[in-house]
Design a protein around this ligand. Structure first.
Ligand code: AMP
Ligand code: MG
Length: 405
């Protein structure tokens, strides 16, 4: 996306710039068990009808409706039982007028039969059966093709494959499906102050949290993430970390080292290498970058954990979902009444962490605007979106929410 002015980029402009880095991911045929959550890349037509044959919806007796039209509890109709048809029987004998076949749920309807009498309305006999109720033609029958006709589209391209969709694919005989393959993402944190959780901290050090958060966010949408060992604020260490890992991935996400300080390792390493560093009119998460490093799409997120998480949410998540063929890439939205007043900087779109109530009537901000307040984010179930031009929102005002739960 062209970015001509020298002012900050809008949220939407940066979102478009990141989305442009990723094309549709390649299509691959995957076994059904490996397709959960992925988008179908082509229509699935049913090679066979569903159900494939007329069959019984009940355990009971296959009859000709005309033979039992006079049956009642007071004067049952007694018929000879001439065959037993469990589910899976393939040599189903035709039904003679004046006779019944015992039949189980899912078993093929014998030729000549046009109704099922459920076992509860009979004496359950095996040589003869006393039928205690009439059954109209078609009673308890499941007709071939009434769910899906042979040759019809069972699942259209673009379908997100959840449990029912995968079940349907199997039911029409498909063992594998063409899907957009999940993205492979490299995650690299930067900062000389970082220490892996589980190790002791020296004064001035903090635990590294962005990589686990970002990798989980990639996993959550069905991608695969490889976390590189984080690097100190050192340009050669940065390049050394990426070099061997960069083949065979679709996206590199870095965090930290992109703002206006003196040791901005990502900015220093990637400026002039195809990655553009910009300021986005958003709070939190103003300093951003994106581009291509030797062809590899790169998105550089700021280091504060809430900024990194929110930037993923706003810019990276929709781009990855679009690349995965998802027709809808945005989280659901809602509106609710703000419980306490908020302030927002002029000219920036602000996202505040918050909790909405169950009925989505009221929303309560959680914590302040600080981009280091990770516990507030972890306690939230939505984001309040405050437009660029708004600087104050009164208690009781309706606000826009992005729902995270
Ligand atoms: P930076 O964007 O590198 O200036 O980092 C901004 C703030 O985020 C600093 O307080 C960093 O210590 C913190 N930070 C950067 N990267 C991480 C990380 N991977 N995990 C936790 N905090 C981080
Ligand atoms: Mg840093």
């Amino acid at each position: 996306m062209a970015h001509t002015s020298s002012g900050p980029r809008s949220v939407d402009e940066h979102r478009a710039a990141v989305a442009e880095l990723l094309g549709l991911l390649p299509v691959e045929e995957r076994p059904l068990a490996d397709c959960l959550g992925l988008a179908l890349a082509a229509d699935v037509t049913a090679p066979v009808a569903l159900p494939p044959f007329d069959n019984s919806a009940m355990d009971g007796y296959a009859v000709r409706a005309a033979d039992v039209s006079g049956a009642s509890a007071d004067s049952p109709v007694v018929l000879p039982v001439e065959a037993d048809i469990p589910a899976g029987r393939v040599d189903v004998p035709p039904l003679r007028p004046g006779a019944a076949h015992r039949i189980m749920t899912g078993a093929p309807l014998p030729p000549g039969a046009d109704a099922i009498v459920q076992v509860e309305l009979t004496d359950g006999g095996t040589s003869t059966v006393a039928v205690r109720a009439a059954a109209a033609p078609g009673t308890h029958l499941r007709r071939a093709g009434e769910d899906v006709a042979a040759g019809a589209v069972a699942l259209p391209a673009g379908t997100i494959l959840g449990p029912p969709q995968l079940g349907l694919a199997a039911a029409v005989g498909r063992g594998s499906l063409p899907v957009f393959r999940p993205p492979r993402v490299l995650v690299l944190s930067t900062g000389s102050e970082l220490v892996s959780p589980g190790n002791p901290l020296l004064p001035g050090q903090i635990y590294e949290s962005n990589s686990v958060l970002l990798a989980a966010a990639v996993h959550e949408i069905g991608g695969s993430a490889t976390v590189l060992r984080f690097v100190p604020d050192d340009v050669s260490a940065f390049h050394a970390a990426i070099g061997p890992a960069a083949g065979d991935v679709d996206l590199l996400i870095t965090s930290g080292g992109v703002s206006a300080g003196a040791y901005e390792v990502v900015k220093d390493a990637l400026t002039g290498q195809g990655v553009e560093f910009v300021r986005v009119a958003v709070q939190p998460g103003g300093p951003q970058g994106c581009g291509r490093l030797d062809g590899l799409p790169v998105v550089t997120l700021p280091g504060n954990p809430v900024s990194a998480a929110l930037s993923f949410e706003l810019f990276v998540r929709p781009a990855l979902l679009a690349a995965m063929g998802h027709p809808a890439v945005d989280r659901p939205r809602a509106r609710a009444r703000l419980v306490s007043p908020l302030r927002s900087p002029a000219g920036k779109r602000q996202y505040r962490r918050a909790r909405h109530d169950e009925g989505m009537v009221e929303v309560t901000p959680v914590g302040g605007p600080g981009s280091h307040l990770l516990a507030s984010f972890a306690a939230s179930n939505c984001l309040i979106e405050i437009p660029e031009e708004t600087t104050e929102v009164a208690a009781g005002a309706e606000v826009d929410l992005i729902l995270l739960d």
